[in-house]
Design a protein around this ligand. Structure first.
Ligand SMILES: *[C@@H]1O[C@H](CO)[C@@H](O)[C@H](O)[C@H]1NC(C)=O
Ligand SMILES: *[C@@H]1O[C@H](CO)[C@@H](O)[C@H](O)[C@H]1NC(C)=O
Ligand SMILES: *[C@@H]1O[C@H](CO)[C@@H](O)[C@H](O)[C@H]1NC(C)=O
Ligand SMILES: *[C@@H]1O[C@H](CO)[C@@H](O)[C@H](O)[C@H]1NC(C)=O
Ligand SMILES: *[C@@H]1O[C@H](CO)[C@@H](O)[C@H](O)[C@H]1NC(C)=O
Ligand SMILES: *[C@@H]1O[C@H](CO)[C@@H](O)[C@H](O)[C@H]1NC(C)=O
Ligand SMILES: *[C@@H]1O[C@H](CO)[C@@H](O)[C@H](O)[C@H]1NC(C)=O
Ligand SMILES: *[C@@H]1O[C@H](CO)[C@@H](O)[C@H](O)[C@H]1NC(C)=O
Length: 695
């Protein structure tokens, strides 16, 4: 759990550092750390070592390389090892449930979970998904806030029980991220998979810490691979050391044993490429290569629908509400509804947002709209903005958003409808949209992100991102085209300007009011001093053996000449193949980092009295001149009956009050006076207390 929390924190601080030009490139970090089974992984590693010791080199390589795009039932599969009873692993996206199949549920997007600020819903969604077997994709993740994202990622992983690290694009060949941050400092014991098609180099990604290349071919359906024969050749010719291929295989098998796949495994009962019960077994090869039972159409939806609805309602954010315009009473005589987004999409309700394929554009007859709007007691106007992956083009938008405005002329529609002085704007969007054109119009009496209107549910969600008035209110734009010649593209991230923002991340109104009182800080114990981890790892272990005689291997002619190539020292980074004991990272030592960081130093408690549903947030000021004003450190969503009072507590760890020190490459608790704040949002800090007694 905790490793994810800190992964996000640390990655975000390294992103900021990369903004300075001299640090635009991360330092190389080699060799790739060998997993050792720390932190609850001992049993899984023992089983994995025993299994991998029995494998031939080609079998090990086959574990680490996908079989190629559309070569199996799943979007990614590894080769089976029937000799030892191992079925190939089936890997299937996506972020909202099982893609490319039917009779399963499409769960709310990560950004909705973030907006609920409800940890138990984060866990329940993960559990249901796991059981069922600008940035265009920001909605797949949770929130820009590292603590919100860390907590929700942890809850999702606990629920889904999927212990898989995933890296994108250049990240899967970045030795600093994978070898140093993930595997050395955070002592990650699982394996790293490339995103589909993101592995672009073979030997260098392998040495930089990538453990599995997916879907296995260089380009989709090319039949060529950086893994497979190329990986075998590079081990036999000595470019990739034996311990590295062993470590890749062990990390994969350890994860397999850790989640109990040896004891519980369901046969693959769906096919990503065909929908009929009996269809070609090999989708790309065609019918003449065999017809078989490829889809069992197993219904795994269970009672997900009610949980999905609950998350939808709980993630609704009330951004504006003048004089109690919402909730609607239900007794309005004439309610006018505008916007194609109010209706189910002709292609199906799930296609409206995110899973979009196409959507009919209705001609908008603005003068009729104005006339109708002006007669209604309340005018509801539904507007949206969409995005996705670059291979699905919707309304001229290839994945990342072209702009931050509403789609389908939403601003013009709102302008027409605001002839009604009681206009409620309902936004369905994958992220912030520019609201400057109408946010302050007094005729816009309420703004909702998503849609509960009648007060049966209190819209207690809080925005997981910040809303600006204009594009300039946001920091770096999406990079739509490479900006650095043949070198890695660079984006300089600057701080967001403070003043022109409308609504901070975590802003959200409620139909009720609530009071915070009685803050207490209780130091938990006299924590032991923080000890930087020191010492060395074991030397790299190897499991099994392999032949270096080329005639023992059967390569297809297309593999090319195995003897071809540069000599290793011409291009291998320093220490990339070193097997000698390596220094431990001072901030590492256990999965998640130095265990001293997780010592609990204090518990902060307040009483919250309320009617309805509220969420409490806790922030800390680290006090230093270069520190952010406040940082989120804990949150939860609490249900209260009218007049009921409950305690809201957050345990602070040493890590919560620490800063990353770039010189010592370790965490330190600075001398600056620290303060803890509790409130309903970062702009509504109700109570504060001094933390100077802690160290
Ligand atoms: C390795 O995988 C290839 C297909 O990618 C397969 O042809 C070969 O038989 C496998 N080798 C072993 C030893 O399992
Ligand atoms: C080995 O990798 C090269 C790219 O470096 C690729 O062109 C070639 O097809 C690969 N060989 C096999 C057998 O996939
Ligand atoms: C923003 O992009 C969307 C999607 O391509 C498009 O419908 C809209 O017209 C664009 N807005 C502006 C102001 O160009
Ligand atoms: C809103 O418009 C209605 C009907 O046109 C009118 O009766 C009402 O007084 C207006 N309310 C305000 C606050 O202007
Ligand atoms: C607000 O609504 C009234 C009608 O009730 C209309 O006369 C006025 O122009 C509207 N104002 C704006 C800023 O849209
Ligand atoms: C691997 O080790 C085993 C047991 O020591 C031995 O029988 C086998 O010949 C070795 N194989 C190779 C390819 O060196
Ligand atoms: C070893 O094999 C790999 C994969 O084919 C190749 O890229 C590399 O150049 C080879 N190195 C040597 C020293 O032959
Ligand atoms: C390579 O490893 C040696 C010790 O094994 C170490 O002294 C040296 O600093 C390392 N070089 C780099 C660039 O990390």
């Amino acid at each position: 759990m905790r490793s994810f929390w800190w992964v996000t924190t640390i990655l975000s601080s390294s992103v900021i550092a990369a903004g300075q030009n001299n640090e635009a490139y991360s330092q190389p970090s080699y060799p790739s750390p060998w997993g050792d089974g720390k932190g609850g992984w001992a049993e899984a590693y023992e089983k994995a070592r025993e299994f991998v010791s029995q494998l031939t080199l080609v079998e090990k390589v086959n574990l680490t390389t996908g079989t190629g795009w559309m070569q199996g039932s799943c979007v990614g599969e590894t080769v089976s090892i029937p000799r030892l009873g191992l079925r190939g692993l089936c890997l299937q996206d996506g972020p909202m449930g099982i893609r490319f199949s039917d009779y399963n549920s499409a769960f709310p997007a990560g950004v909705n979970i973030a907006a609920t600020w409800d940890r138990s819903l984060g866990y329940l969604r993960g559990r249901a998904m796991g059981r069922a077997t600008e940035g265009g994709r920001n909605w797949e993740g949770f929130s820009p806030d590292p603590v919100n994202t860390g907590v929700m990622m942890a809850e999702t992983s606990k629920g889904a029980f999927r212990l898989v690290g995933e890296a994108n694009g250049y990240a899967c060949a970045n030795s600093y991220t994978l070898n140093n941050l993930l595997k050395r400092e955070l002592d990650f014991q699982g394996f790293v998979i490339s995103d589909w098609g993101a592995d672009t180099s073979g030997v260098s990604s392998t040495l930089a810490g990538l453990d599995m290349s997916m879907p296995g071919d260089t380009l989709f359906s090319s039949g060529d691979s950086y893994g497979s024969a190329n990986l075998t050749i590079s081990v036999v010719n000595g470019t990739v050391p034996e311990y590295r291929i062993d470590d890749m295989a062990i990390r994969i098998m350890a994860a397999y044993y850790k989640i109990g796949r040896d004891k519980y495994q369901v046969p693959i009962n769906f096919n990503s490429w065909n929908r009929d019960i009996d269809d070609p077994i090999y989708a790309t090869a065609g019918r003449e290569y065999g017809i078989g039972r490829v889809n069992e159409h197993v219904d795994v939806r269970g009672n997900h629908a009610s949980m999905i609805r609950e998350i939808g309602a709980a993630s609704t954010v009330l951004l504006k509400n003048t004089d109690g315009a919402l909730p609607l009473s239900g007794e309005e005589k004439f309610t006018a509804v505008f916007g194609s987004d109010a209706d189910a999409d002709p292609v199906g309700i799930n296609s409206v947002l995110i899973m979009a394929v196409t959507m009919a554009l209705l001609p908008l007859a603005y003068n009729k709209i104005q006339a109708l709007a002006s007669q209604a007691d309340v005018a509801l106007v539904f507007v949206n903005s969409d995005s996705g992956e670059e291979f699905i083009v919707v309304d001229g938008n290839e994945g990342d958003r072209n702009n931050l405005t509403l789609w389908r002329d939403g601003d013009t529609l709102i302008k027409a409808v605001t002839q009604n002085n009681n206009t409620v704007v309902v936004i369905h969007s994958d992220g912030p949209v520019l609201v400057g054109g109408w946010y302050e119009n007094p005729n816009v009496t309420a703004i909702l992100w998503a849609d509960v209107l009648y007060g049966r549910v209190n819209p207690g969600g809080k925005s997981p991102f910040t809303w600006g008035k204009a594009r300039e209110d946001y920091s770096a734009d999406v990079l739509y085209a490479p900006n650095n010649g043949d070198e890695a593209p660079q984006i300089d991230l600057t701080e967001e300007p403070i003043s022109p923002l409308y609504m901070n991340s975590d802003h959200g109104l409620s139909y009720t009011t609530f009071a915070y009182s009685n803050i207490r800080v209780r130091p938990l114990r006299n924590p032991a001093p923080y000890v930087p981890t020191s010492g060395l790892t074991e030397p790299a272990p190897v499991f099994g053996n392999f032949s270096t005689d080329w005639s023992d291997y059967l390569f297809l002619e297309s593999s090319g000449d195995p003897d071809y190539g540069l000599s290793a020292d011409e291009y291998l980074p320093e220490n990339a193949t070193s097997a000698v004991p390596q220094p431990l990272h001072p901030a590492g030592g256990q999965p998640g980092g130095n265990p001293g960081l997780y010592e609990q130093v204090a518990i902060v408690t307040v009483d919250i009295t309320n009617t309805g549903t509220v969420s409490g947030d806790e922030y800390i000021s680290h006090g230093g001149p270069d520190d952010p004003k406040i940082v989120l450190r804990g949150f939860d969503r609490i249900s209260l009956r009218p007049q009921e009072t409950k305690e809201f507590s957050v345990v602070l760890t040493r890590r919560d009050i620490s800063n990353w020190d770039v010189v010592s490459q370790n965490w330190v608790v600075t001398e600056y006076p620290k303060t803890v704040y509790v409130g309903s949002s970062s702009r509504e800090l109700r109570l504060e207390a001094d933390l100077s007694s802690l160290s």
